[in-house]
Design a protein around this ligand. Structure first.
Ligand SMILES: NC(=O)c1ccc[n+]([C@@H]2O[C@H](COP(=O)([O-])OP(=O)(O)OC[C@H]3O[C@@H](n4cnc5c(N)ncnc54)[C@H](O)[C@@H]3O)[C@@H](O)[C@H]2O)c1
Length: 446
């Protein structure tokens, strides 16, 4: 099938590469000329494991092309995905101006029937606006359908998540468009693409949930808000553990073994960040309010999340007493491991708050330093964890990168001023750390 993806970012480029990989003829359009030139030259604009290989392979085959021309993209495809950003405004509302701009441009160039698929995360009822915008600008008066096809991929595991999703959601008011979307996803649904490493007979097809457009839009906001709620819930429980002397890792295990709850997203720490949860929780709260429902639960979810960042700072103060002129070594800057994404990363708030207290910051991240340099001033960026540890008064673990789990702690201790570790992600074994002679501070555990 001929497919165009507008927006070649984290979601758009992965979607484009994966749909090309399963047999489609794909063009990715982006209005960032530099980004398009980079991708064309084989340089990925983001760090995502497996992406350079997948993009390279499919560009070489001619199954994937990139361009800045909307006209080329719109003329090419039967299905046009909108995968541009939907960033938050100051009041939490999603800024849909990029979506509107793309809808207008698509409408101007359409010369035949098209399915326009919302891939970006948007508030409920955006589909109605996209539909109206296209109708108003539909120069050639062609038929079209707007569908919602929310994306659930996780950065760092994006290709796997796209190829082996838990479900595919398509919101459509038209049988014709729903059928086209089903056909597009057929190889993924039926586990029938080159290199697929599961068997249909063993795991069954990927569930395809076809709904109306508004329900599909709401599924995405509700899913992310639910996951964020789980994280804030476990962080709140971690605070009670800390006050009572219980251990959150054991409590989370005990909770998670209940199959109605499940084990995932019960990991206490510095809270969630990234480009999705903070903005989607805020946008879901805002749209609910605009519709007449005061979703106060979500306000509390955000408040608890913000408080976790402050808690990390107060734990450092509790450990060091005077923070001024002390050197804090920060390990991990990205909002989670296996990505260079620094959007809403807890490390940024924590570092800024420590700097405001007069602390000196040394930091290392395996991938995110170039991104971090744009957001943080006065930080000494280091080439590895051991350089960070050198003369540090405390070592603060902010992101669970795998390489931090296997550090030579004896070497780290030797390099540090004081042997203090603040594990803001509960990623280390407290006993093993203490056995090396460190003072260990975790989140809701002893
Ligand atoms: N990042 C994730 O993990 C993730 C997961 C699921 C859903 N989403 C949602 O997907 C959407 C995109 O997120 P992202 O992380 O890929 O964003 P991103 O910022 O990485 O990419 C967006 C791209 O759109 C391009 N763009 C903006 N306006 C354009 C226009 N008029 N024409 C062409 N290109 C344009 C930008 O240049 C950019 O490259 C958001 O709504 C987000 O909430 C993101």
């Amino acid at each position: 099938m001929k497919v165009t993806i507008v927006g070649a970012g984290h979601v758009g480029l992965v979607t484009g590469a994966c749909l090309a990989e399963v047999g489609n003829d794909v063009i990715c359009v982006d209005n960032d000329k530099q980004k398009i030139e980079q991708i064309d030259a084989g340089v990925m604009p983001i760090y995502e494991p497996g992406l350079p290989e997948l993009v390279g392979k499919n560009m070489k085959k001619g199954a994937l092309r990139v361009t800045t021309s909307m006209e080329e993209g719109v003329n090419h495809a039967l299905v046009i995905f909108i995968a541009v950003g939907t960033p938050p405004k100051t009041d939490g509302e999603a800024d849909l101006s990029y979506i509107e701009m793309v809808a207008r441009e698509v409408a101007l160039h359409m010369d035949g029937y098209r399915v326009i698929s919302e891939k970006s995360t948007v508030p409920v009822k955006t589909g109605e606006w996209v539909d109206r915008t296209i109708r108003l600008n539909n120069r050639h008066k062609v038929e079209f359908d707007v569908v919602s096809n929310p994306e659930f991929l996780r950065e760092g595991a994006a290709i796997f998540d796209f190829m082996y999703p838990d479900r595919i959601v398509v919101g459509s008011g038209s049988d014709r468009a729903a059928e086209i979307m089903r056909e597009l996803y057929q190889p993924i649904i039926e586990r029938n693409f080159p290199g697929c490493n599961v068997l249909l007979d063993e795991v069954g097809p990927v569930p395809l949930l076809v709904t109306d457009v508004k329900s599909a839009e709401l599924i995405k906001h509700a899913s992310n808000s639910f996951l964020a709620t789980k994280i804030s819930f476990i962080n709140a429980v971690a605070n009670v553990c800390e006050l009572s002397g219980a251990d959150i890792t054991l409590v989370a295990k005990g909770i998670g073994l209940d199959h109605r709850i499940g084990k995932s997203f019960l990991h206490a720490g510095a809270g969630y960040g990234g480009s999705c949860f903070p903005k989607d929780v805020a946008a879901f709260k805002k749209i609910s309010g605009d519709l007449g429902y005061d979703f106060r639960l979500l306000e509390e979810v955000s408040r608890i999340n913000q408080a976790q960042r402050e808690l990390v700072v107060s734990k450092i103060k509790k450990t060091l007493w005077i923070v001024r002129e002390k050197t804090i070594g920060v390990l991990g800057l990205s909002f989670k491991p296996d990505t260079d994404d620094m959007r809403e990363a807890p490390a940024v708030d924590v570092i800024k708050a420590l700097q405001a207290e007069g602390a000196k910051i040394k930091a290392y991240d395996p991938q995110a330093i170039p991104e971090a340099e744009e957001l943080l001033q006065g930080v000494e960026f280091c080439k590895d964890a051991y350089e960070v540890a050198c003369d540090a008064d405390t070592l603060l673990f902010m992101t669970e990168w795998e390489e931090f789990r296997t550090l030579d702690l004896a070497r780290v201790k030797e390099a540090m001023n004081y042997p203090i570790i603040l594990d803001a992600r509960n990623m280390l074994d407290p006993n093993a750390v203490r056995a090396q002679g460190f003072e260990y501070v975790g989140m809701g555990r002893h």
